[in-house]
Ligand binder design. Structure first.
Ligand code: GLN
Length: 447
């Protein structure tokens, strides 16, 4: 009841596309009865959690914030959401995002932008912007988002909350509407590390419905939050020298590094000369994957069909032209181009090779260092509308976050103070694959 009231009172933030009020209250009653009857309770008993509108949920609408899925209801529940339900969490509703998770501001939603609760004239980041705001504004305790190139970490940074992108393959993608399948990761937003760790532990792990998901054991992350060893930490010279980096973010990052040194940890500057190749590699490969993933939205099987279609070709053309927004169309066109017969080798194959190099270099760095630290974003939350007409500017927002997705490693964004306008600053920590336990413990120590 408390959270439903908060949602109602803060409707202007435009966080929820659906609120499952009756259902959530019924679930709460059911949980109370379970407790009264002394029955065993789940690991997430009573946790009130929201889910990004790209995670399917049986008999509930899901739209990826797109017109093309208008009216579509899923016939099944995806693995991550199913596991939350099985552990007695209460799903409170579906949360706004950029259409098909493409964007960095939640402005690319058919359902209008979500507002940052710290300053309503600013974006919350994206694409999981509403999932970040829901935690920031106290509309639920935690939420599930997705991170293909930064969509959990960047909004977490803009909203001053904790957001993790786990190792690629750590969480099943079954029931996650695909954007770029070799990058997509389900991640968690929360107010603190312990909640985050407890939720990831539940959603992570092997699943027979996703052939790419890992069989690696899932540790009890929250039981391993203590550590007392001296660490080797790297920071990347090129990130702190980046021209686009807001000075207050640079200072906040440097002061954390200084503090770590004063605590006796080894902190070294390293160089990552291929940093400039991260964004092009990311945008070539993700648009390629998106163009094929989104070919299934054809007016036949899901959601929207243009009413004036009169044959199969006009049905495809009109439904897709009217159903997809501008950014999604841009990505489909880019992706189709890089996959076209005459350009395939020059772009797609080349980008795959560069991806391998970037991964090997990143993993080599992590063989030497426990963690890499950098800012999550080059700026704090920007004004609504300010990057709208300039997609290239918007893509630069992802400069520090895409490395983890291109290379598959886990990364977390934690709050690291505020700038002079009182806007949250995020600090990003990256580590080697499947070291989420260490990542959480270190993040908890830093907060
Ligand atoms: N902002 C990035 C993009 O637009 C990341 C999106 C994401 O992680 N889903 O592609």
């Amino acid at each position: 009841e408390h959270y439903l009231k908060q949602i109602e009172e803060q409707k202007h933030l435009n966080v929820f596309l659906d609120v499952y009020d009756t259902e959530a209250l019924a679930k709460a009653d059911e949980l109370q009865e379970k407790l009264d009857a002394g029955q065993p309770i789940g690991k997430l008993f009573g946790l009130v959690i929201g889910i990004k509108d790209v995670l399917v949920h049986q008999n509930h609408e899901v739209r990826s914030a797109s017109k093309i899925l208008e009216g579509f209801e899923s016939q099944f529940t995806g693995t991550a959401v199913q596991r939350l339900i099985e552990e007695d969490a209460i799903i409170i509703g579906a949360q706004n995002c950029d259409e098909f998770a493409m964007g960095s501001s939640t402005e690319n939603s058919t359902y209008g932008p979500t507002l940052n609760a710290a300053d309503n004239s600013r974006v919350p980041g994206g694409s999981s912007g509403a999932s970040a705001v829901s935690v920031q504004a106290g509309l639920c305790m935690a939420s599930l988002g997705t991170d293909t190139g930064g969509s959990v970490r960047q909004p977490a940074a803009f909203c001053g909350v904790v957001g993790i992108k786990p190792t690629y393959s750590r969480v099943s993608r079954y029931g996650l509407i695909a954007f770029a399948s070799s990058f997509d990761c389900i991640g968690v937003f929360s107010n603190n590390i312990e909640d985050n760790a407890r939720i990831l532990e539940v959603v992570a792990g092997h699943d027979e419905y996703d052939s790419t998901v890992s069989r690696e054991d899932v540790p009890v992350y929250a039981d391993n939050l203590q550590f007392n060893k001296k660490l080797k930490i790297a920071y990347v010279k090129e990130t702190l020298e980046n021209e686009a980096l807001q000075s207050e973010i640079k200072e906040a990052t440097l002061s954390k590094l200084e503090w770590l040194k004063s605590e006796g940890h080894q902190v070294n500057e390293v160089t990552f000369p291929h940093l400039d190749y991260l964004l092009p590699t990311y945008y070539i490969l993700t648009t390629a994957e998106a163009s094929t993933n989104l070919s299934r939205f054809d007016g036949v099987r899901y959601g929207y069909r243009a009413p004036e279609a009169h044959n199969i070709e006009s049905m495809y053309k009109l439904s897709r032209s009217q159903g997809f927004g501008e950014e999604v169309k841009r990505r489909i066109m880019l992706g189709t181009f890089v996959l076209s017969a005459s350009y395939f080798d020059a772009y797609y194959t080349k980008a795959q090779k560069v991806r391998r190099i970037l991964r090997d270099e990143t993993r080599a760095m992590l063989a030497e260092y426990d963690f890499i630290i950098m800012p999550t974003t080059p700026t704090t939350a920007f004004q609504l509308g300010s990057n709208r007409d300039n997609p290239a500017e918007m893509y630069l927002e992802d400069i520090f976050t895409v490395q983890a997705n291109v290379t598959g490693i886990p990364a977390i964004s934690i709050p690291n103070g505020t700038d002079t306008q009182n806007l949250p600053i995020g600090l990003q920590i990256m580590t080697d694959i499947f070291k989420e336990s260490e990542l959480y413990a270190f993040a908890d120590y830093l907060i």
